[in-house]
Write a protein that binds this ligand. Structure first.
Ligand code: MTE
Ligand code: MO
Length: 219
């Protein structure tokens, strides 16, 4: 451990530099329908850990989820209340902007579409910002958050999500680069205006579609 704050860490500075230099861009932007691996990615079988370097201590007992902002029904759940909602199991691929991809991840949790049915976003809600227990944030357009395979996951491969991978609960949005999949999820804020998050204000693309290689701002 050092006394550097996460936003001033070596990793953060290195990734900001990659964004400035356009590192890992292949220039390929079309997706052949039968290709599962996005351009510039390579497959890995293990599951790397990537975050700001601070694992916030939050047990299932202490975990809370706040859902607020431009919604008709704000939600404040304990883990037990969250787990009592209708559960889904989805299998999906992970694509990290640092070029690793991992196939066939088995997730279990609350589908974002189920959450939307509960909290009822207002007509003018267009974006969500995810707030995390480590201070990390990331933003999504409401349509991306509402993807049919997106979920708030508490388990992976039939086991509780480990703390290094974002337990008790993380977001999983499979069709976008993995930095959009917020670990240690604490709150979901619905917004009428977009509010770029931690990496989005540090040179990373606002949407992050791996198939269009939207790695950095301006790609
Ligand atoms: N709360 C939080 N969520 C986060 C991050 C983070 O630093 N803090 N890093 C993001 C990035 S850049 C990636 S690639 C993935 C990594 O998830 P993993 O460690 O489970 O592979 O988490 C994303 N979600
Ligand atoms: Mo990442």
């Amino acid at each position: 451990m050092t006394d550097e704050t996460p936003s001033d860490s070596k990793l953060t500075r290195t990734k900001e530099k990659w964004a400035r230099e356009g590192r890992f861009l292949t220039g390929k932007i079309t997706r052949p329908e039968d290709e599962r691996l996005p351009p510039g990615q390579h497959l890995t079988k293990d599951w790397p850990v990537l975050d700001l370097g601070v694992v916030p201590p939050v047990s299932r007992e202490r975990w809370r989820l706040d859902v607020y902002g431009a919604v008709d029904t704000p939600v404040f759940w304990t883990f037990a209340e969250f787990a009592a909602q209708r559960q889904s199991r989805f299998s999906s691929d992970i694509h990290c902007v640092t070029t690793w991809s991992r196939y066939d991840n088995e997730w279990e949790g609350l589908a974002t579409r189920e959450l939307l049915a509960v909290c009822q976003p207002r007509e003018d809600a267009r974006f969500v910002t995810l707030h995390c227990y480590d201070g990390y944030t990331t933003n999504l357009a409401l349509e991306d958050f509402a993807a049919e395979d997106a979920l708030l996951a508490h388990s992976w491969s039939g086991q509780p999500l480990t703390e290094e991978h974002g337990g008790p609960v993380r977001l999983v949005v499979p069709h976008l680069y993995f930095w959009k999949s917020a670990k240690w999820l604490q709150a979901i804020e619905f917004l009428t205006e977009d509010a770029p998050g931690f990496w989005e204000v540090r040179g990373y693309h606002n949407r992050g579609d791996p198939w269009a290689e939207q790695r950095y701002s301006g790609d």
